[in-house]
Design a protein around this ligand. Structure first.
Ligand SMILES: Nc1ncnc2c1ncn2[C@@H]1O[C@H](COP(=O)(O)OP(=O)(O)OP(=O)(O)O)[C@@H](O)[C@H]1O
Ligand SMILES: [Mg+2]
Length: 232
C-alpha cells in the first residue's frame, strides 16, 4: 500500500529526516514511535505531500507519488489526520462531516450515517458547534472527517496526545475497529502501550532516522531499544 524509501526532508535549511524508509502493507496497522521532535509528524507530512522530501521516493499503491499535491493524494484515497485537531469551529459537527464528503465508493463507503454508527458519541452532538467540543470529541471528529473522504490508507498523527486515559481507551477501541473494517493505518504515537496494542509492526524514529523496526511483539520484548529511544 505504502512504501517510503530513503527520504530526506528539510524545513528550509534544517535537515530533519535522514533516509527514512518504511512500508505499510494492505490491511496493516503500522506504528511510528518516537519522542518529541523525533520526526514523526515530518514523516507524515512528507508522505501526504505537505513537506515533500528532497530526495528518496514514496510509492502509494505501487505508483511513485513523491511530491504530489496533497489534494491529489487525498483523491486517490490517502486520508490524513494531522496532530492539531483543527475543526471548523463555527460549523456544527454534522456540517464538518458534510463538507468533507468525498467521492462515493462502490460498495461499502463512508457517509454520515455510517460515521455516526461508528462514533455514536458524535451523533449525539450532531448540531453542536465544533468550537465547543472537548479534546476527545474533536479528535473523534477529525478522524470521522477523514473517513468521510473514503480513505484506503489513513495517516493518523498522535491521536491520543493530551487526552484523558478513558478517552484514549475508547479511541483505541475505535481505531482497532477501523482496522477490522479493512482500513490500512500508519499511526504516529508517543504512547507506546496504545501503539503496540493496536499495531502489527512498529518503526522507531529518533533524530530523523529509523533506529529500529520489527513486529510490535518484538519491540515489546526489546527493553534496550525501548529505553534508548523511547525512555520507557
Ligand atoms: N515548520 C518547521 N520548521 C522548522 N523546523 C521544524 C518545523 N516543524 C518541525 N520542525 C523540527 O523538526 C524536527 C522534527 O519535528 P516533528 O514535528 O516531525 O517531530 P515529532 O516526532 O512529530 O514530535 P512531536 O511528538 O512533538 O509531535 C524537530 O526538531 C522540530 O523542531
Ligand atoms: Mg508530531
Amino acid at each position: 500500500m505504502l512504501q517510503v524509501k530513503e527520504i530526506h526532508t528539510y524545513y528550509g535549511l534544517s535537515h530533519i529526516l535522514f533516509g527514512v524508509s518504511l512500508e505499510v502493507g494492505k490491511g496493516e496497522i503500522v506504528c511510528l514511535l518516537g519522542r518529541n521532535g523525533a520526526g514523526k509528524s515530518t514523516t507524515m507530512r512528507s508522505i501526504m505531500g505537505l513537506t515533500p522530501p528532497r530526495s528518496g521516493y514514496i510509492k502509494y499503491k505501487g505508483v511513485t507519488c513523491t511530491g504530489q499535491k496533497p489534494y491529489l493524494l487525498a483523491r486517490q484515497g490517502m486520508g490524513y489526520v494531522p496532530d492539531n485537531r483543527r475543526v471548523f469551529a463555527d460549523l456544527t459537527v454534522g456540517e464538518n462531516l458534510e463538507i468533507s464528503k468525498g467521492k462515493p465508493k462502490d460498495g461499502k463507503g463512508w457517509d454520515k450515517d455510517r460515521v455516526y454508527d461508528f462514533f455514536p458519541d458524535l451523533k449525539k452532538i450532531d448540531s453542536r458547534k465544533a468550537g465547543f467540543l472537548s479534546g476527545g470529541e474533536q479528535q473523534m471528529l477529525t478522524i470521522a472527517r477523514a473517513l468521510m473522504t473514503n480513505p484506503d490508507l489513513l495517516l493518523l498523527d498522535e491521536p491520543t496526545e493530551g487526552l484523558a486515559p478513558l478517552i484514549i481507551k475508547m479511541l483505541e477501541e475505535q481505531i482497532a475497529r477501523l482496522k477490522e473494517s479493512g482500513l490500512t493505518v500508519l499511526l504516529a504515537e508517543q504512547n507506546l502501550s496504545v501503539a503496540l496494542r493496536l499495531s502489527d509492526r512498529a518503526y522507531v524514529i529518533d533524530n530523523g532516522s529509523i533506529r529500529y523496526h520489527g513486529t510490535s511483539k518484538e519491540l515489546q520484548e526489546n527493553d534496550e531499544v525501548r529505553q534508548k529511544y523511547l525512555c520507557v
